[in-house]
Ligand binder design. Sequence first.
Ligand SMILES: CC(=O)[C@@H](O)[C@H](O)COP(=O)(O)O
Ligand SMILES: NCC(=O)COP(=O)(O)O
Length: 250
Amino acid sequence: MKNLGKLRLGVNIDHVATVRNARGSAWPDPLRAALLAEAAGADGITAHLREDRRHIRDADMSALKAGIGIPLNFECAATEEMARIVLETRPHAVCLVPEKRTERTTEGGLDVAGDEARLRDYIAPLREAGARVSMFIGHDPRQIEASARIGAAVVELHTGHYSDLHAEGREDEAAAELAALARGAALAHSLGLEVHAGHGLTYDNVAPIAALPEVMELNIGHFLIGEAIYLGLEEAIREMRRRMDEARGS
Ligand SMILES: CC(=O)[C@@H](O)[C@H](O)COP(=O)(O)O
Ligand SMILES: NCC(=O)COP(=O)(O)O
């Protein structure tokens, strides 16, 4: 098998905070989870400060930035409030995502093409502050081209639809969605964008995404935090890493 090179794994610790907030207590602590993830070989920590603060809170972001020794990827909606917090926190990376208050999870990709001028202005100070700015988008070529035009460094392709189809056993549709993600990754790479992917990835569905040659980083959270109940967080991450490396031939 051809060695496609190492794929980075960003571990999303949002749902440690979901469990904490369910009780209104101080534990489990997302920072402790992030440090265990780092010890298990995660290449970065991802955390999503939602506008409604349903899981990660402002204080978690500053604690993560101060406490971890690997890059922090700050996911947020493209609002003025979030820009202010990002500029205070100074994360390594910012990933802009669409948000709806009533959604259970991030349902689709950001509409970069439909909000191009505003997003170009929005990311300028973030870029000047040294953040690697990423757009969390679907595989639609219009969204990929718009992300390149506004000066984003990265696109993270939303794998949620692929993951849902795979989980429902709709193999033909999952294969078609995977092919569209592959075309999107190739287009993004050809435009000079770094390509990441994530959402809904599990041990069972990660290999075909990890094997896309242009993809440099996966961000995985919900499944790993759930699997940690059975295996412990470090072992859950190591097993994901093993499957990613196997798919990559690395
Ligand atoms: C943008 C993304 O895919 C993750 O941040 C995800 O949104 C986290 O989980 P929730 O969608 O459940 O907040
Ligand atoms: N950007 C995707 C992400 O961070 C993790 O999504 P999920 O694995 O929690 O579904």
